[in-house]
Design a protein around this ligand. Structure first.
Ligand code: FAD
Length: 445
């Protein structure tokens, strides 16, 4: 088991969702943490993906599924008021998650069982590490949605439509785990689609899929299944929590990872959360990282209280409401495309598709009636070979060994995996430090 080093000087490069989450976890453990970044919450740049995400936090198909029903719902509810993050951390017991994640590899099965025992009502449903990341994160986001309204995370009803009758969609393995799952009746399907899922609260299941849910305070609806995130607001929330725990920030554009290592003479650890820019940061130069461009249209539509996705053969159309009355409309997934500006034809196509999918979005009046607030373009930091969470050792100019932990390459899942991936990165840091201290002690003996 990894011991927990204390009082280290740590520079986290990056103030996106990966950097801020990891920094918060390290700050919480009592280290002196500085977030070093070119961009911070409030900034807009094609080099800074996190503000552009639509974000809904339950990925239901493929290996990244999780069991929504077994999550802890009530136990800590009354003892966790407001945004006291310390209580949040106790609630989700990230230490237990970390310990379990530390063992993945040959001992993985036992580790998952161990984690399941510790968090008895939080059942892992896969041996996949990224699924674990998602499971931990979904649980955390659910707690935040339930208890911290100012974080910009809310529960919503979710509906998905598919053009293909694959086994995954016709018989989703998770359907019996969700108390409110139902197939959308054929008569209510979007024209051209073959199968649809509706997952909502019992009290609203009588509604037609095209009836927006009656408004209710987001954080008092405990049985919704998915959450959506107002990403700019959530980033500001993370930064404020980090600062309130004594975390420091420094705005600087680094040319080489060494710049963070040699920033001052006392650095023990550097965590690299540079997202798409891991391609060009000197000393990292990871060309396995590539952009999957996403274009969105953000509209004002406070009446929308449902997230809807239509997965077609060659495109995906989605509607993701935020807690401020804005709705993110998407989207595109263009691999290896670095274009930073919004393409008007793509925007028109998105508006047309979402209005066909959900006419109530524009009160039945079509795309022209949409109240466009802005257009968004972001580069999902995809990576051949999946995310990179691992450590290496780099010597400073005066010969001190620094642990460098990478945490990037989260593609289209940076939010939904953020808490689990952050916990895993922290665990890697502790493992690296412990091994280094052990070796140094042995050399001295
Ligand atoms: P970033 O947010 O890009 O942060 C990188 C940070 O590193 C920045 O602060 C930057 O300034 C800093 N940096 C980089 N290089 C340097 C340097 N040399 N010197 C100093 N600082 C540096 N994810 C989901 O989970 N669910 C979704 O539904 C979802 N939808 C999406 C929809 C769209 C349209 C897009 C574009 C993305 C979506 N994503 C979604 C993906 C998600 O946004 C990303 O995975 C996530 O934001 C990546 O965060 P990050 O912190 O790793 O990188």
């Amino acid at each position: 088991m990894t011991s927990q080093p204390t009082g280290k000087n740590i520079n986290v490069i990056g103030a996106g969702v990966s950097g801020l989450t990891t920094a918060l976890l390290l700050q919480r453990d009592g280290h002196r943490v500085t977030v070093v970044a070119k961009h911070f919450p409030g900034d807009e740049s094609i080099e800074y993906t996190s503000p552009w995400a639509g974000e809904f936090s339950l990925c239901k198909t493929g290996p990244r599924n999780l069991d929504g029903r077994t999550e802890r719902r009530m136990v800590y509810r009354n003892c966790w008021a407001g945004s006291n993050l310390e209580l949040l951390f106790h609630t989700i017991d990230l230490n237990a998650c970390r310990r379990a994640l530390a063992h993945y590899g040959p001992k993985r099965r036992q580790a998952v069982a161990d984690l399941n025992n510790r968090l008895s009502d939080f059942r892992m449903i896969s041996e996949s590490i990224t699924t674990d990341y998602d499971a931990i994160s979904f649980k955390t986001f659910s707690e935040i949605a339930r208890n911290v309204p100012e974080a910009g995370v809310m529960f919503v009803r979710g509906m998905d439509y598919y053009d293909n009758e694959t086994e995954d969609f016709m018989d989703p393995w998770w359907k019996n785990l969700v108390p409110d799952f139902r197939f959308i009746p054929k008569s209510d399907l979007i024209p051209g689609t073959k199968v649809g899922h509706d997952y909502t609260t019992r009290k609203h299941r009588h509604l037609s899929p095209f009836t927006p849910m009656p408004p209710s305070p987001a954080h008092t609806s405990p049985s919704h299944l998915t959450v959506t995130i107002n990403t700019p607001k959530y980033l500001r929330f993370l930064l404020a929590q980090f600062a309130s725990l004594g975390g420091r920030t420094r705005r600087v554009a680094l040319e080489h990872i060494r710049d963070a290592i040699d920033m001052d003479g006392s650095t023990d650890v550097v965590v690299n959360c540079t997202g798409i820019m891991a391609r060009s940061l000197g000393g990292v130069d990871d060309l396995a990282v590539y952009p999957t461009r996403g274009q969105t249209v953000i509209v004002r539509a406070p009446h929308v209280k449902v997230t809807i996705t239509h997965v077609a053969a060659n495109h995906m159309t989605y509607i993701i409401p935020r807690d401020n009355g804005e709705v993110v409309l998407g989207g595109t997934a263009q691999k290896h495309d670095f274009t930073a500006t919004a393409d008007p034809a793509t925007a028109d196509s998105i508006k047309r598709r979402v209005c066909e999918m959900y006419p109530a979005l524009a009160h039945g009046k079509g795309p022209e009636a949409l109240l466009v607030v802005r257009h968004g373009v972001g580069l999902r930091p995809s990576r051949e070979g999946n995310v990179r969470i691992e450590t290496e050792r780099i010597a400073t100019l005066d010969g001190k060994i620094v642990i460098v932990c990478h945490n990037y390459g989260h593609g289209g899942c940076g939010y939904q995996s953020s808490w689990g991936a952050g916990a895993d990165a922290v665990n890697h840091v502790y493992l690296g430090l412990t091994e280094l201290e052990h070796e140094t002690r042995k050399t001295r003996e």
